[in-house]
Design a protein around this ligand. Structure first.
Ligand code: ZN
Ligand code: ZN
Length: 337
């Protein structure tokens, strides 16, 4: 079968042995397509993965062969995420599901940018779902990334009507802002790129350009009765983001980190101390977060229509290049019909 592997710093198409059930429980899924995630881009750019790795985990596909206790059957169109917590360890008992060792060890095989993958029985039971009829494949591919956003929103645990600013309006900022709105927050967004600002405005969320920091600080005060935002969601790892977050959050407020930074900046000890800030990270979703994500997509509370660029797997290198150069907002790699 065809699969895209990381090799010598590039993504290259190769002939890969098709996964088989061979008596195992689980399913072989024919992959229709797979979203290109920011985390794939980070791994590619940092060259932090071994040659031969198949990236991709935001999969949409169809069950090709199955041996399972679940009700799924051959031909079912499904979405799935890639990691499952054990629900029993110290991490899981403290709701740090994405830190669970089992969570980190589970995966789809060989990866989403392949014609076929193996999904274990555990995946089928916990994180795989039928695709609702009203969603296209590209829309359904937001199931896992939106699950990550739902987790971040729940972790922040804000009262309804809190004033929240999303810094960075790439595809994640776009769905994060809509998710926050669906959870009852007063949401605003900012970015350096006008196209992205207008995209968020088109779904009824106010957004502004953040290239002038002084303007941002003034505008943030104006929007929040002079307090600053109750919470800042950082979906951008650009250098200026941390500074902007500290300048626009109210004292006693929360900063949710949802992006890696190129360097380790350390943390703003004295600001956190004197201003009683809460700074927290949020990484990957639990099965419950994923269910919430699917409902938000199904009910149209988070709209993803028309925001993905569909790229054939034969052009996957270009999808990586164009995403890095901001030519593409979100790539959906089409693998089969
Ligand atoms: Zn992802
Ligand atoms: Zn666990």
């Amino acid at each position: 079968m065809k699969a895209a592997i990381f090799k010598n710093g590039k993504i290259e198409l190769t002939d890969f042995e098709r996964p088989m059930l061979n008596g195992r429980t689980g399913a072989i899924v024919k992959v229709h397509g797979c979203g290109l995630c920011g985390s794939d881009i980070v791994k590619y750019k940092n060259q932090s993965i071994p040659d031969g790795t198949v990236l991709g985990h935001e999969i949409v596909g169809e069950i090709f062969e199955i041996n399972s206790k679940t009700n799924f059957k051959t031909g079912d169109k499904i979405i799935s995420s890639h990691h499952i917590p054990c629900f029993e360890c110290k991490y899981c008992k403290n709701h740090n599901y994405s830190m669970c060792r089992h969570f980190k060890s589970t995966n789809i095989f060989p990866g989403g940018f392949a014609e076929y993958i193996y999904l274990s029985e555990e995946h089928l039971q916990n994180v795989a779902h039928l695709i609702p009829d009203n969603l296209t494949d590209e829309e359904a591919a937001f199931y896992e990334p939106l699950g990550c956003c739902v987790r971040a929103i729940k972790r922040c645990d804000l009262p309804k009507n809190s004033n929240v600013l999303v810094i960075g309006l790439g595809s994640i900022g776009y769905i994060m802002a809509q998710g926050l709105k669906a959870f009852g927050m007063n949401v605003y967004g900012c970015d350096l790129i006008d196209d992205r600002i207008n995209k968020l405005k088109s779904v009824g969320i106010e957004a502004f350009n953040s290239s002038d920091t002084d303007y941002c600080i003034e505008h943030s005060k104006k929007l929040t009765d002079d307090f600053g935002f109750d919470a800042i969601f950082m979906t951008s790892g650009a250098d200026a983001t941390i500074d902007l977050a500290l300048k626009t959050v109210r004292s006693g407020g929360k900063i949710l980190i949802f992006a890696s930074t190129p360097k380790n900046f350390g943390y703003a000890n004295n600001e956190i101390y004197y201003r009683e800030l809460t700074v927290m990270g949020s990484y990957s979703p639990s099965p419950d977060d994923l269910k919430d994500s699917l409902n938000l997509l199904k009910e149209g509370k988070v709209k993803t229509h028309g925001i993905s660029t569909i790229v054939n797997i034969n052009d996957i290198q270009k999808a990586f290049d164009d995403t890095i150069s901001n030519k593409i907002y979100k790539a959906y790699i089409k693998i089969s019909e």
